[in-house]
Design a protein. Structure first.
Length: 78
């Protein structure tokens, strides 16, 4: 069990994120286009990656904590 294994539910519940309408603007500022394949390093439960997913061709979330990746898979399935 890793350092952040027990915090996955807390990240999902309390991690502040930008409102959904901000993501397309942030993506445009960063040069993210539909053909982009960004990588979200330290994705945690995948909140940012899932937020950007509709605006890119594919996004990959990477995290060293299996519990965080499991939380991301669960959110993605929902």
């Amino acid at each position: 069990m890793g350092r952040f294994a027990t915090t996955a539910p807390l990240y999902e519940q309390f991690r502040p994120l930008d409102p959904p309408w901000v993501l397309p603007h942030r993506g445009a500022e960063a040069g993210v286009v539909e053909a982009a394949r960004p990588v979200d390093l330290g994705t945690g439960p995948g909140l940012l990656a899932l937020g950007f997913a509709p605006y890119v061709g594919r996004i990959v979330g990477v995290d060293p904590e299996p519990a965080m990746l499991e939380a991301a898979r669960k959110l993605h399935a929902e």
